[in-house]
Design a protein around this ligand. Structure first.
Ligand SMILES: Cc1cc2nc3c(=O)[nH]c(=O)nc-3n(C[C@H](O)[C@H](O)[C@H](O)COP(=O)(O)OP(=O)(O)OC[C@H]3O[C@@H](n4cnc5c(N)ncnc54)[C@H](O)[C@@H]3O)c2cc1C
Length: 299
């Protein structure tokens, strides 16, 4: 009998095969590709496989059983890649990211060192929130563009390069005159903005074994603090990953609610250990009006 992980991986292979088949055969479903989600494919496959006994137990979990929770955890592991639930990810465009070879690299003192270097001698104006971008005529030259900011400053230029996040474009924070062309609006609408948040907590004293790297927590509700990662043993820092719709829900909670929930999980594992929080940081990228999410997830 396959493990749940293997079964889930096998099912995801079938999801890809199904997507490829629909695409290659130009099946009528291909025309509806923007309505067809990864979740639709999973529903189709699991329903079908139940009839032909895909495996012995995987799709017959009693509702709300630990097995079902674990199955949902496996799903979250896949979903968090895009930061978007499968019910919002398009099947045809869905595919696992291909990684570059080699390990990860941490930049000493952070990425900001690169940005600072690149920004040397550039005329960068901070605290200028752009509210509108319009065509502008100057001295009978219609080729100008004006940019207005929320402190009523106007900047003129021949070209504008817009690098604000997709989430901000979707929110309509910037008014375009004339409106962006339809194909651009369609692209903005069709792409989803994914979400990933992190909650970093520093304790007064480390209470975990220093060989520990990550706690995997299988919650009843999918996506509630599934990964609790050790960042620094010396400084007693951990962080929790949150992603997809559960992250969106959790963002709306107060700091206290979030921290209490994490402590409740940790106390199930470290029953008698004192846990005193020294400091913490919670990101809320969806609420951040200058981001409205973390990255573009496919649709
Ligand atoms: C938790 C997390 C993990 C991530 N992991 C990865 C990863 O592993 N790999 C990866 O490639 N990416 C990752 N990302 C995404 C990464 O942050 C982006 O790819 C990267 O920052 C994009 O850079 P950018 O310059 O396009 O946008 P940003 O860094 O978002 O910069 C956009 C800027 O526009 C500004 N802005 C917004 N609205 C306005 C306005 N109206 N007027 C003026 N300025 C405005 C914002 O304040 C911001 O400074 C992650 C993001 C998060 C949140």
């Amino acid at each position: 009998m396959d493990s749940i992980e293997d079964s889930f991986d096998n099912m995801m292979k079938l999801v890809h095969t199904l997507g490829d088949k629909i695409k290659k055969s130009n099946h009528e479903l291909y025309q509806k590709r923007f309505d067809l989600t990864v979740q639709d494919a999973i529903d189709y496959i699991t329903e079908k496989k139940k009839n032909i006994k895909f495996d012995d137990y995987q799709f017959q979990f009693p509702k709300n059983s630990p097995l079902e929770h674990y199955w949902n955890y496996q799903m979250w592991v896949y979903e968090e890649y895009e930061g978007v639930d499968f019910s919002k990810q398009g099947l045809i465009t869905y595919q696992k990211e291909k990684s570059f070879s080699g390990g990860n690299l941490c930049i000493d003192k952070g990425y900001i060192t690169i940005v600072d270097k690149m920004a040397t001698n550039l005329d960068i104006r901070l605290e200028q929130v752009v509210t509108s971008i319009s065509d502008y005529e100057m001295n009978k030259d219609k080729d100008y563009i004006s940019i207005t900011t929320n402190n009523n400053k106007t900047y003129l230029g021949k070209k504008v390069l817009i690098t604000i996040p997709l989430g901000v474009l979707k929110s309509g924070m910037i008014e375009f005159t004339p409106q962006l062309p339809d194909y651009k609006l369609k692209a903005i609408n069709d792409l989803e903005m994914g979400l990933m948040n992190k909650v970093a907590i520093q304790f007064k004293k480390r209470f975990w074994d220093k060989r520990l790297k990550r706690i995997v927590y299988v919650s009843e509700n999918k996506g509630e603090y599934p990964w609790i990662e050790v960042v620094d043993n010396e400084k007693a820092v951990i962080f929790c990953w949150l992603a997809c719709s559960s992250a969106e829900r959790i963002e709306l909670q107060t700091d206290k609610e979030i921290l209490d929930n994490i402590l409740t999980i940790l106390k199930q594992i470290y029953k008698n250990e004192p846990m005193e929080i020294k400091d913490y940081y919670i990101t809320r990228w969806k609420q951040d009006i200058y981001s409205r999410g973390s990255w573009s997830g496919k649709d």
